[in-house]
Ligand binder design. Structure first.
Ligand code: KIV
Length: 264
């Protein structure tokens, strides 16, 4: 399989639905990549799933660099996108270029993702002009959780829906190669997907998007602290891990492990 890039991902629109997952470490990234997933996001959701924070806000550039590097080492085919963490691109265009440049230079990722609608266009354009591919993210933007008053479905009122369509069009015109649509009504996501020529990647946005993304810990049943309605659990690894750990403890206590074949 050839390495996916921004052009081949864009070309999938209308041809084949795009499957995307998050990864935060080398081992998981390898397995996700070997499963044929086209896009791997080093999401700042790692703040919750890997670091135990309540939101994505405390995540630092150094933490994202550390995880992005590990993921890159495990991937050969998928396009790897890293989330720019909170306050690494909001302060100024110059700051955004410097920080995004660091991700590209130091981690081997292929693109960055930034949250926000039309107001984010100056930053997005500056990054793209400087050779840094950008993925957009509108709808529920978790870095603005406090401003949004919680993790709520966005675009339910007609004014908000119109604004979201305009935001998505502005991002597409600015040159993003794909846009995450998070937690918006399925009909609205379908309308946005039909209105723009870059792929939409839905999470809680229905089947009318050009692709889907899930947080890998959620779909594997590894993160039970928050289970949004849009998550489908494809495995129950938490139960499987608990069972394995209990069996190990039991075998250690009863001198069943190590057996002869594990001993020198
Ligand atoms: O941080 C993340 O994992 C994300 C996805 C939910 C799209 O932004």
């Amino acid at each position: 399989m050839k390495k996916w890039n921004v052009n081949s991902i864009k070309a999938l629109k209308g041809e084949c639905k795009i499957s995307c997952l998050t990864a935060y470490d080398y081992t998981t990234a390898r397995i996700v990549d070997q499963s044929g997933i086209q896009l791997i996001l080093v999401g700042d959701s790692l703040g919750m799933t890997m670091l135990g924070y309540k939101t994505t806000l405390p995540v630092t550039i150094d933490q994202m660099l550390h995880h992005a590097e590990a993921v890159s080492r495990g991937v050969t085919d998928a396009i790897v996108v890293v989330d720019m963490p909170f306050m690494s691109y909001q302060i100024s265009v110059e700051d955004a270029i410097r920080n995004a440049g660091m991700f590209m230079k130091d981690t081997g990722v292929d693109a960055v993702k930034v949250e926000g609608g039309a107001f984010r266009v100056p930053v997005i354009k500056a990054l793209i002009e400087n050779g840094i591919p950008v993925m957009g993210h509108v709808g529920l933007t978790p870095q603005s959780v406090h401003a949004m008053g919680g993790y709520k479905v966005q675009g339910k009122k007609s004014d908000d829906a119109i604004k979201l369509i305009e935001d998505a069009k502005a991002l597409a015109d600015a040159g993003v190669f794909a846009i995450v649509l998070e937690c918006i009504p399925a009909e609205l996501a379908k309308e946005i997907s039909q209105a723009i020529d870059v792929p939409t990647i839905g999470i809680g946005a229905g089947v009318g998007c050009d692709g889907q993304i899930l947080v890998t810990h959620d779909m594997l049943g590894l993160y039970s602290e928050l289970t949004p309605k849009f998550v489908k659990q494809y495995a129950d690894l938490e139960a499987a891990m608990r069972e394995a750990f209990k069996q190990y403890k039991d075998e250690v206590e009863n001198s069943v492990f190590p057996a002869v074949e594990h001993s020198f």
